[in-house]
Design a protein around this ligand. Sequence first.
Ligand code: F6P
Length: 358
Amino acid sequence: MTAFMTIERHILDKQRQHPNASGSLTQLLYDIALAAKIIARETTRAGLVNILGSHGSVNVQGEEQMKLDVFADQTLYKMNDHTGRVCLMASEEHEDIIPIPNHFPVGNYVLVYDPLDGSGNVDVNASMGTIFAIHRKISSSPRGVLEDVLQKGRDIVAAGYIVYGPSTMMVYSVGDGVHGFTLDPSVGEFLLSHESIRIPQTPRFYGCNQGNERYWTEGVRRYLNWVRATDDPHRKPLDGRYMGALVADFHRILLKGGVYIYPGDLRDPLKPAGKLRLLYECAPLSYLMEQAGGYGSDGYDNILEIQPHQLHQRTPLFIGDKVLVQKAESLIHEHDQEWLRAYIPYRNGQHLSEKKDH
Ligand code: F6P
């Protein structure tokens, strides 16, 4: 009989390869996996809300029912606030950094997360996800400060996501490959189902919100035409797929090959970076994509090299097959000088008129 590789055992095996590891990161990843199981349980009950009472209403115990994204946020926070492994957290759901209460001990890790990405999909019973990144504290402040959260993707220690779909999957990396686990609900364990994921060399899909095409810059439009072109003898035209939930769209590209794009535009020249968030969406996914042999770019350069200036900073995203993403960069450099003149100051933080952009 083959041994079951649970996520706990897998993370522990990775820890043993680092004899000086304290075990704190291992425990932190377990805690995230446990939070994911609890969130998965709630998401699978989401279709029952119309029967059992809608979110925002009062349940039979007289307690107010939480919206699913608030529930996911609170679950991740409560799982990690008291363990002494984390000194600070940041979440898509909170305007500011989230300190650890003074009566709890702190550790050396910083956790940033998007608790329920694509939560709009809940109404149509489609996939959603959680994204997280873990950094080491870099400041001398014992309980951490904003500087500890504003770290480059390049300095991520571990990252991953959970996709709540027909089954729940957790995909993570600690810097030596990307590994995927599928939740077996009958035993409540994540079991190794996708070891050492590599993005396929033959791209199959592109994913984007084509409804936004009218706002896109010349370089991005040319790129989409290039991706869809049927006259390239070296590759087949890609098929389009779009779930409208970043985790689910990313997961497809990671497993099947291709490219996902959410470009910036000049609708408002003060907001040239598009919609997606750098710290808890695009940087962790770029880290995973690089670990799987692909590449994540903002259309200008590598996402992992962006020095964040704001907690909820946005970034354009072109992610997937390296050759496909580099083609987007070259078309943008060639055709989108006006956009780059607006975007580069934003990327460099010389643009802080958009301060509390949340
Ligand atoms: O981060 C927000 C998010 O919900 C992503 O999960 C998703 O990919 C994107 O927004 C969808 O945006 P749009 O509705 O513009 O396609």
